[in-house]
Design a protein around this ligand. Structure first.
Ligand code: FAD
Ligand code: MLT
Ligand code: ZN
Length: 484
């Protein structure tokens, strides 16, 4: 990319501001951050900026505004929708928050952790555990995904059933707004009714309204005991029936309820070393369920085991097991959490992250699978994930023997449009938890309610009138007005 005189001056100023640890243009340093986690979308950037504190973030944003330079905020770069991948064309700088990883405070009394945006989810879990608390949101990318990225995508994960998504756990944020102003909203109040809520506006904004530099997050008491169960059954409808039974039988101790089809389990067993089948036989569908108990309460394994045994007697479940140790619990979780990794190792798929009303999900999974496989013969659907939240990852894999990348380039957009049309027809959302990013932008523009789109564009224009914050993500450009 050629650099004009003004951009060269901007880059020289930023290099002087950030120093060698905070500024690089070396292509080898940049390479991993120019492509999304799935390896589908590639972009370009003039430099990778890694500020050390919020003051440096504000200085970057002000300098970029003066030079009309687009900025792409980036955390762990684990986005499933290429939200942190810079654009393929034009100028942009990546602003990585990964150096800002201080745990600023953890208070069991207030039930609050205050952390910088680049802290990983695993580091937050550890900091909370060290004081007898926990942060009740988890997902497979926890070792890499950062608090800034999780807030900016309003991430979900495997404990939404009980604790809600990221938005429900954010008490306050500190951020740099697109004009360079610093918003200090870290007060972590449990109640605060001063009108429009910037904290919630920045949540799920995918970096289009500013850069989050720190956050105050809700903690809950550590659990006393947990039990993880695995059950094999015939249909998603049986799985949902099982969830309601287990909730009743365990006194609402169920925290996670994840659907795993046989085909996803097969991929994990094939591609992920150290995994083994949890049950003796094969089952078209499986669920992983976790039940927890507070300190001092009876171990939930007893109630979970009894409820699963009853479900087998009643013919709802074919076979089941309950972890007898922490190691067994972890081994069962590994089967669930490795699905994305195994899918990636297996080849390309058109990925979808759909939500419909919980009770409609079993019917949707079956009817949408039939419709997709009829319309795109020889493709293979894998629907897995957060059944208890009415959200599955409804992925469509390339036909056997086809070059997956070529198939995705040729058919991907059509397959996704088809799946998204079915989702909207079922009253659902085309993004339950991953966001819109780049990969869903066209379908979002096509299918979103016009009033929602207009309001989002108005908010974007009001806060980022120059359109420099993560352009090309989340907010579709307004159509050109008709010629007079
Ligand atoms: P990035 O990918 O770096 O960025 C994501 C978005 O946030 C981008 O738009 C970026 O511009 C913006 N952003 C990042 N940091 C900031 C900041 N400080 N300020 C402003 N904007 C910022 N998601 C789920 O919801 N549930 C799951 O179960 C789940 N499982 C996953 C499993 C795997 C194996 C992987 C790879 C991803 C998974 N995800 C899941 C995707 C999920 O969106 C991310 O893991 C996480 O939310 C992104 O964090 P990140 O730090 O990697 O953000
Ligand atoms: C998951 O639930 O494992 C994820 O959101 C990741 C994916 O969709 O692949
Ligand atoms: Zn998910």
């Amino acid at each position: 990319m050629t650099i004009d005189h003004e951009d060269a001056a901007l880059l020289a100023g930023l290099e002087a501001l950030l120093g060698p640890r905070g500024f690089t243009r070396d292509p080898d340093d940049l390479a991993p951050w120019l492509v999304d986690w799935r390896g589908r979308v590639r972009g370009q950037a003039l430099a990778l900026l890694s500020p050390a504190d919020a003051g440096q973030v504000a200085a970057i944003v002000r300098a970029a505004a003066t030079a009309r330079m687009p900025l792409v905020p980036q955390g762990g770069n684990t986005s499933m929708v290429a939200g942190a991948t810079p654009p393929a064309h034009g100028r942009a700088l990546i602003v990585s928050l990964r150096r800002m990883r201080a745990i600023l405070g953890v208070s069991p009394e207030d039930g609050v952790a205050i952390v910088e945006a680049g802290v990983t989810l695993s580091a937050l879990h550890e900091a909370a555990e060290a004081v007898g608390m926990r942060f009740p949101l988890s997902l497979a990318a926890k070792g890499t995904a950062t608090i800034g990225g999780l807030i900016s995508t309003n991430a979900g994960g495997t404990q939404v059933l009980r604790f809600g998504p990221m938005r429900a756990l954010v008490l306050g944020v500190e951020a740099v707004l697109p004009d360079g102003a610093r918003f200090d909203g870290l007060s972590a109040l449990r109640k605060d009714n001063r009108g429009y809520d910037l904290r919630q506006l920045l949540g799920g904004a995918e970096g289009t309204l500013g850069i989050i530099t720190a956050a105050a997050l809700r903690l809950v008491p550590a659990i006393g005991a947990r039990a993880v169960g695995w059950a094999g059954l015939e249909t998603p409808q049986a799985a949902l029936g099982l969830l309601r039974r287990l909730e009743a039988a365990t006194g609402a101790a169920v925290e996670s309820f994840e659907l795993v089809p046989e085909v996803a389990l097969d991929l994990v067993l094939r591609h992920i070393p150290g995994t083994r089948a949890p049950l003796a036989g094969r089952h078209r569908w499986n669920v992983l369920v976790e039940a927890t108990a507070p300190t001092g309460a009876p171990d939930p394994a007893g109630a979970l085991g009894a409820a699963l045994a009853q479900a087998i007697d009643d013919g709802l479940v074919a076979d089941a097991t309950v972890s007898a140790s922490e190691a067994q619990a972890e081994a069962l979780w590994k089967l669930r959490e490795s699905i994305s990794e195994a899918e990636r190792a297996d080849g390309m798929a058109a990925k979808h992250d759909v939500a419909v009303p919980v009770s409609a999900m079993p019917g949707f999974i079956e009817s949408a699978r039939q419709a997709v496989e009829a319309r795109f013969p020889t493709t293979r659907v894998i629907a897995f994930g957060h059944l208890g939240d009415g959200n599955v990852h409804f992925n469509v894999r390339a036909p056997m023997g086809e070059d997956g990348r070529a198939w995705l380039a040729r058919e991907g957009a059509g397959v996704s449009a088809f799946v998204h049309d079915l989702t909207v027809a079922a009253g659902g959302s085309i993004s339950a938890e991953h966001g819109i990013g780049q990969t869903k932008l066209a379908d979002y523009a096509r299918l979103a309610d016009p009033a929602r789109l207009a309001a989002q564009r108005a908010i974007k224009a009001a806060l980022d009138p120059l359109g420099l914050m993560n352009p090309g993500k989340l907010v579709p450009l307004a159509p050109e007005p008709p010629a007079p």
